[in-house]
Design a protein around this ligand. Structure first.
Ligand code: URA
Ligand code: URA
Length: 195
């Protein structure tokens, strides 16, 4: 992955993403989901791909997992409008299957451009797919989450569990995904307060 120099504005880039026809997902999507939030955010959140609700509205993380994600942010007084939220793949894969290697590769330049334009200090990867892709590793998310990884351009990557994983594992006992996520979001907040 390299960091491009960008001549587009965020809005022009979003328009390009909405019109994109570069991979087969463009044939089955309703709306592409470029992402939303602050273009000056010090932190970007990168999920996997839009689901059904996101595909209908063209907005990221607004379905059931997205509502949980919003509450996780609110639990440490982070407002959605103050951060930038997007996905590694901008169009919904049919039946919400994982995006494949080729779809990720074709879509990645859009994320790279968003990172170059926003210039965040921190990228939080949500779940296994964006974490493995950006860190170029096959390690399990359960081993990577909650740790800081130095990345390109002085950016730090902080992997967390995906909110839909938390919906499938509701228990909040010590060491459970939910409890670990509570610790992770507090660690993120701690780091943000130092920046
Ligand atoms: N899951 C994701 O990874 N991204 C979304 O935008 C919604 C659900
Ligand atoms: N598997 C994933 O893809 N994401 C998680 O957050 C946990 C398990």
């Amino acid at each position: 992955m390299d960091m491009p120099t960008i001549s587009l504005t965020m809005e022009e880039l979003a328009e390009k993403i909405r019109d994109c026809q570069k991979c087969p997902l463009s044939q089955t999507r309703k709306k592409a989901v470029p992402g939303e939030g602050s273009h000056n955010s010090v932190v970007m959140f990168v999920g996997e791909a839009p689901g059904g609700d996101e595909d209908r509205e063209g907005l990221p993380f607004i379905g059931r997992a997205g509502q949980l994600f919003t509450r996780i942010l609110q639990s440490v007084q982070i407002e959605r409008k103050d951060v930038f939220i997007t996905n590694i793949v901008k169009c919904r894969p049919p039946q919400n299957r994982n995006p494949n290697k080729s779809e990720i590769e074709i879509c990645l330049p859009y994320l790279e451009s968003q990172i170059a334009l926003i210039n965040p200090r921190i990228i939080v990867t949500l779940g296994s797919v964006p974490t493995k892709c950006l860190l170029n590793t096959d390690d399990a998310i359960s081993r990577l989450r909650g740790q800081w990884f130095p990345w390109l351009g002085g950016i730090k990557i902080f992997p967390m569990f995906h909110p839909s994983y938390l919906l499938r594992h509701q228990e909040a006992t010590p060491g459970s995904p939910k409890e670990l996520t509570w610790r992770d979001i507090q660690e993120l907040k701690r780091m943000l307060s130092k920046i």
